[in-house]
Write a protein that binds this ligand. Structure first.
Ligand code: CAA
Length: 382
């Protein structure tokens, strides 16, 4: 078993760490407070190959592997989780969908633009009445009889929705067929029939713009179908397997930042005549944080490595996402406690880590859904 990284993976990690240090960390608190989308930083990430890490070079990407994606997302998330949300959805969901299932026209068009950071991609599965129960979607695409699809309905909680140039949409094309009646479409947001609703006011990852999107007689062409009609649900599920590794990587980054801040504070903060890190109650927290952080890190890398080897990774991605998101939440909670009043103050990023960590237990499949996926895969029962 080889735990070392390749030279290329380490170079990408260092590049992401440098951008995180020089550009993202200094602007993170401001974007969080204003809930403003960090377009300039996202363009910079795109120019440096970080918006299409696994996209083949011929389609504008960096041509790297899932382990490199995990390293990059974790570095960005350690500086600001909201940037990592945008990065993860763009890479793991949007770009992977077109890389694996898109037509040549999709790859030469939307995929290239998004991988090069000239355009932003989104993924639209969730609706206001259904998040976990994705097959209950109502957004409808009806065949017009002339080769087109007429789309009507709305999707909620769309990451990058307010700024997306392209959207991967899942809509019902055969209402009688359940999960086998759902189809994926590539949506051009400049076309008639597409509109955006109000942005969601959120607890955390506030700089990652999120909104409802609407379709009112949007006409999609036959060539806009991704994969085949009726294959959309399986496509969404397989993409989410990969997306969950991205969110696990984000959680690892948040957890690492909260842990490192806590160690530094425990070394420097004095109470009762000594550094608080000398007290066993603080030492126990530091030790438990370190164990959870390492478990989250290596489970996430295991899932990414399996994906890169072309091996099944659905269970391992769910294990990584569940472990890393719950570790991030727990570690951020302890970090606030170790920092005391300063952990509750907006003068330090610790309270932001706490708010940001929570979403990793919710999006791309809640912790409850991860447990369902793991248990179903392990037992073979439903
Ligand atoms: N890969 C490929 N196919 C899969 C699959 C996978 N991982 N999981 C299920 N399928 C297939 C099944 O084999 C089945 O196929 P057949 O019809 O051939 O039998 C079909 O999909 C239906 O599967 P289920 O019967 O298991 O479906 P279900 O209705 O019971 O749902 C679920 C299963 C795991 C609960 C699923 O609905 C789920 O994962 N829900 C969570 C949805 C989610 O993660 N949403 C996140 C929104 S996106 C987001 O957050 C992005 C963002 O912007 C940050």
């Amino acid at each position: 078993m080889d735990f070392s990284f390749t030279e290329e993976q380490l170079m990408l990690q260092e590049l992401a760490a440098r951008i995180a240090r020089e550009k993202i960390a200094p602007s993170a608190a401001g974007h969080d407070a204003a809930a403003s989308y960090p377009l300039e930083n996202i363009r910079l990430l795109g120019e440096n190959g970080l918006m299409g890490i696994e996209v083949p070079v011929q389609f504008g990407g960096a041509g790297m592997d899932p382990v490199a994606t995990v390293l990059a997302i974790s570095e960005i998330a350690a500086a600001d989780a909201a940037h990592a949300t945008i990065l993860s959805v763009n890479n793991s969901l949007f770009c992977t969908a077109l890389t694996l299932h898109g037509s040549d026209a999709h790859k030469q068009g939307a995929l290239r633009q998004v991988a090069e950071g000239r355009a932003i991609g989104a993924f639209a599965l969730t609706e206001a009445h259904c998040g976990s129960d994705a097959t209950a979607m109502r957004c409808r695409a009806e065949a017009t009889g002339t080769g087109q699809w007429r789309i009507n309905g709305a999707k909620s909680w769309i990451t990058s929705g307010p700024v997306a140039d392209w959207v991967i949409l899942f809509a019902v094309t055969d209402p009688q067929a359940g999960s086998r009646g759902i189809t994926a479409f590539l949506i051009d947001t400049t076309r008639a029939g597409f509109s955006r609703g109000k942005s969601e006011p959120k607890m955390g990852v506030r700089a990652s713009a999120t909104c409802e999107i609407r379709f009112d007689d949007y006409l999609a062409e036959a060539a806009d179908v991704i994969g085949a009609p009726g294959q959309g649900f399986k496509l969404a599920m397989s993409l989410l397997d990969g997306g969950r590794i991205g969110i696990a990587a984000q959680a690892v980054g948040i957890a690492r930042a909260a842990y490192q801040a806590s160690v530094a504070y425990a070394q420097q903060r004095q109470a009762f005549g000594q550094a608080i890190g000398s007290f066993q109650l603080i030492q126990a927290k530091i030790a438990d944080m370190k164990c959870k952080l390492d478990a989250a890190t290596w489970l996430t890398l295991r899932a990414a490595w399996l994906k890169g080897q072309g091996q099944p990774f659905s269970t391992e991605a769910a294990v990584a996402k569940l472990t890393a998101s719950e570790a991030a939440m727990w570690i951020a909670h302890q970090a606030v406690q170790i920092h005391g009043g300063m952990g509750y103050s907006q003068e330090l990023p610790v309270e932001r880590y706490f708010r940001d960590a929570k979403i990793t237990e919710i999006y791309e499949g809640t912790s409850e859904i991860q447990r369902i996926v793991i248990a179903r895969n392990e037992t073979g029962l439903r």
